[in-house]
Write a protein that binds this ligand. Structure first.
Ligand code: HEC
Length: 113
């Protein structure tokens, strides 16, 4: 019964367009896109555009041949910090804000751009 209500609620949300719009070119990465949107990453980042933080496709470009990239970015999103791009700190996202699994989804998404 409970499950049915939850399913119905998500169906209604999908139908009424309450889900944030995912740009067409990222349709294959809709889960990651919504996660980034919900977590607030887009306040400072977007693919294709430097905002407060570096454009995510520029990040992907920089680490393209770096075998440690995934570990580095996982750590950076967890702990925050600065100096890699600009003299400004990225806020950290501890486990209570962003689970390790979600951090991995975002990291893989960013590196895939
Ligand atoms: C308040 C602004 C802000 C928010 C919100 C933010 N970032 Fe950042 N981010 C930055 C800044 C500033 C940098 C550059 C840090 C540096 O130069 O080392 C950065 C850098 C990065 C980098 C590159 C790190 C490196 O070492 O090369 C990644 C990847 C990244 N952010 C992912 C994310 C993700 C994922 C989120 C959401 C969970 C997020 N950011 C939210 C400001 C932000």
């Amino acid at each position: 019964m409970r499950i049915r209500i939850i399913l119905l609620a998500s169906l209604l949300m999908a139908l009424c367009g309450c889900q944030p719009e995912v740009p067409k070119e990222y349709a294959d990465n809709a889960v990651a896109w919504r996660l980034a949107d919900k977590t607030g990453c887009f306040m400072c980042h977007k693919p294709g555009k430097n905002l407060l933080g570096p454009a995510w496709d520029a990040v992907a470009e920089r680490y393209r041949n770096d075998p440690d990239a995934e570990a580095h970015l996982m750590d950076k999103i967890l702990n925050g910090g600065g100096g890699a791009w600009i003299d400004r700190n990225m806020p950290g996202y501890p486990e209570n804000l962003l689970s390790e699994a979600d951090r991995r989804i975002l990291t893989k998404f960013i590196l895939s751009l």
